[in-house]
Design a protein around this ligand. Structure first.
Ligand SMILES: [Zn+2]
Length: 85
């Protein structure tokens, strides 16, 4: 997949109503609020970008994808990989 590289500042939104939310700020200072949702509470993930509003039902927009990549990166670096074998 030919992905163009966009850099974002990523900050957690601590007062999110539910789930885990992050604010993504692009170099041009455009910012997007991404919520990863909370499956346990039946809350769907969301983003306030145009792409999500239009196409969000088809899959994650690039902002949610970016946050997912980041949290996945954290999981792998903080909790592992561990050589327990
Ligand atoms: Zn988005």
């Amino acid at each position: 997949m030919g992905k163009e590289t966009t850099f974002y500042e990523l900050a957690p939104i601590v007062d999110a109503c539910w789930g885990r939310a992050f604010e993504l700020t692009k170099e041009d200072r455009t910012s997007y609020a991404v919520n990863l949702g909370d499956e346990a509470q039946g809350m769907a993930p969301a983003c306030d970008c145009v792409g999500f509003l239009r196409w969000g039902h088809r899959g994650p927009c690039r902002h949610r994808g970016t946050v997912l990549d980041y949290t996945d990166f954290l999981r792998r670096t903080v909790h592992g990989p561990r050589a327990d074998a």
